[in-house]
Design a protein around this ligand. Structure first.
Ligand code: ZN
Ligand code: ZN
Length: 408
C-alpha cells in the first residue's frame, strides 16, 4: 500500500465534563457538529490519557506526548518553548525563562504582575534590555504578546535548576536560588538581571509616557519557568516525515519548531477566540499538498473553558466543525485524519483536568467501529479503547501504512 498523508487536529482543551445545568451534557455533546460526527462514523475512536492516567497535562507537555516524545525525558520547563515560539534559536547550555513585564515599587515590591496588561511599547522596552552583559553571561530579551516576554541567558557554566523570581502574586520579588550547586552562577546572573531591569526600565521613555497617562509603568521583569533545550530528534528523522504546523499561539508554535516542523505564520490565526478558522483550514489544505504530516492546533476551546463559558465553548465547537467540514471537502481522498484534544479543560473547573480526551482517526487502514459521534462519552465505546498520547503517532503511522516491520 502506498503511504498516506496525515493530518492531526488538536482542539486545545475542548474535552470537558458533563454539566448539570446543561442537561448533563458536555459542550461537545451539546454542539451541532456534523463534520466531527462524520469523522467518528467513518473512523475508529477511543479515549486517550494524553500523558498518563491521573496526570493533568499542560499544553506543552501534552503536545510533546502527542508528537511521540516522552515529556518526562525531554521537558525541562516552559522557558525554552516560549523562546522557540518567539523565534530565538537556543543553543545547548542556554537557560530560557518566560517573563512578565510588571510594575514594582523602588523597594522591588510588585504591585501589578502584568503592568496593567500592557499592550504597546514592550518591543522598545525589550530592546533596552537585550544585549546586556552580566559578568560574562550575555542576555537576550524579546517581547512576547501583551505583557509577556522571553529571557535567555547565554554563557559558560549555566544551569536551569533555579527558582523563580516571579512571586506569582503582588508582593516583594523573590530572590532566585540555585536548586543544585551547578546553578549558583545562573541564579546570581538572574537576580542581577532583574535588579538592573528595574533601573533600565524605570527611566525609559515608554514608562515616562505611561506614567503621564496614569498607567502603571512596566518597570521590572519577572522571570519564571527556567529551562534548557534538550536536543530533540526532529520528526523528519524520527518518522521519516516532512512535517508542518498550523498554529496561532506562541507556546504551541514553539513546540512545533523544537521538533523540527515548518511553522509558517498564518494571517488571522491569532490563537484567540477571534481566530480566523477559514484561514487556518485553507492553510492546512495548502500544507497537505507539500508535506507528509500536517499538525493543527485550535486554542479557542481552552480559552472559553478557562473563562468558564459553556455557551462560548459550544460555539467554538461549532466553529471548529465548520472549519473541519471545509477541510474534509478539499482534502485528498486517502488522507488519514486524527481529531483529538491535548487535555480536558472542564468549564466547571476553569482549568485543566486529568480526564481522558476523545480521539477519532479516519481514513487509510482505520477499521470503522460503531461510534457515531465525536464526544467524551461516545468515544469510550470505540475500538481504540483507552490509549496514551505517546501511542498516537505510532498508531497513525500504522493506519497510514507507514509503520516498519519488526522482525522477519
Ligand atoms: Zn492545551
Ligand atoms: Zn489551558
Amino acid at each position: 500500500m502506498a503511504p498516506k498523508k496525515m493530518l492531526m487536529i488538536v482542539c486545545d482543551g475542548l474535552s470537558d465534563r458533563q454539566v448539570k445545568q446543561f442537561d448533563m451534557k458536555t459542550p461537545l455533546q451539546a454542539a451541532r457538529k456534523p463534520a466531527m460526527d462524520a469523522l467518528a462514523r467513518h473512523g475508529i475512536s477511543g479515549l486517550m490519557d494524553v500523558i498518563a492516567p491521573g496526570v493533568i497535562p499542560g499544553s506543552d507537555t501534552a503536545h510533546l506526548a502527542l508528537f511521540g516524545y516522552d515529556p518526562y525525558k525531554v521537558y525541562t520547563g516552559r522557558g525554552p518553548i516560549e523562546a522557540a515560539g518567539a523565534g530565538i534559536q537556543l543553543r545547548p547550555g542556554d537557560v530560557a525563562f518566560r517573563c512578565n513585564f510588571a510594575t514594582a515599587t523602588r523597594d522591588l515590591v510588585v504591585t501589578d504582575r502584568r503592568a496593567g496588561r500592557i499592550r504597546t511599547g514592550t518591543a522598545d522596552l525589550a530592546k533596552a534590555l537585550d544585549g546586556m552583559s552580566i559578568e560574562g553571561t550575555s542576555v537576550m530579551f524579546k517581547e512576547g504578546s501583551e505583557h509577556r516576554g522571553v529571557l535567555v541567558l547565554r554563557g559558560d557554566g549555566l544551569d536551569y535548576r533555579v527558582t523563580d523570581v516571579d512571586p506569582h502574586q503582588d508582593g516583594k520579588i523573590l530572590e532566585s536560588r540555585a536548586m543544585v550547586p551547578e546553578a549558583k552562577k545562573t541564579a546570581a546572573a538572574l537576580n542581577e538581571f532583574v535588579r538592573r531591569s528595574y533601573g533600565v526600565l524605570s527611566g525609559h521613555p515608554v514608562n515616562i509616557e505611561r506614567k503621564k497617562q496614569g498607567l502603571p509603568p512596566a518597570n521590572i521583569i519577572l522571570p519564571r519557568g527556567a529551562g534548557s533545550t534538550k536536543d530533540l530528534e526532529p520528526m523528519s528523522q524520527r518518522y521519516g516525515l516532512k512535517c508542518a504546523a498550523v498554529a496561532g499561539v506562541g507556546l504551541v508554535k514553539g513546540i512545533c519548531r523544537m521538533v523540527g516542523m515548518d511553522v509558517p505564520d498564518i494571517k488571522g490565526a491569532t490563537g484567540g477566540l477571534d481566530t480566523d478558522y477559514k484561514a487556518k483550514g485553507e492553510a492546512a489544505i495548502k500544507l497537505i499538498g507539500t508535506n507528509d504530516f500536517v499538525f493543527m492546533n485550535i486554542k479557542a476551546g481552552d480559552i472559553a473553558s478557562h473563562d468558564g463559558e459553556f455557551g462560548m465553548k459550544v460555539s467554538v465547537v461549532e466553529n471548529i466543525d465548520m472549519m473541519l467540514g471545509y477541510v474534509l471537502k478539499d482534502a485528498p481522498e486517502d488522507l488519514v485524519i486524527a481529531l483529538t484534544c491535548d487535555h480536558s479543560t472542564p468549564v466547571s473547573l476553569k482549568d485543566h483536568s486529568a480526564d481522558p480526551v476523545p480521539v477519532t482517526i479516519s481514513g487509510g487502514g482505520a477499521r470503522v467501529d460503531g461510534v457515531r459521534e465525536f464526544d467524551e462519552v461516545s468515544a469510550a465505546s470505540g475500538a481504540l479503547g483507552r490509549m496514551r498520547g505517546m501511542d498516537l503517532m505510532p498508531t497513525l503511522m500504522g493506519i497510514a501504512d507507514r509503520a516498519k516491520k519488526f522482525g522477519a
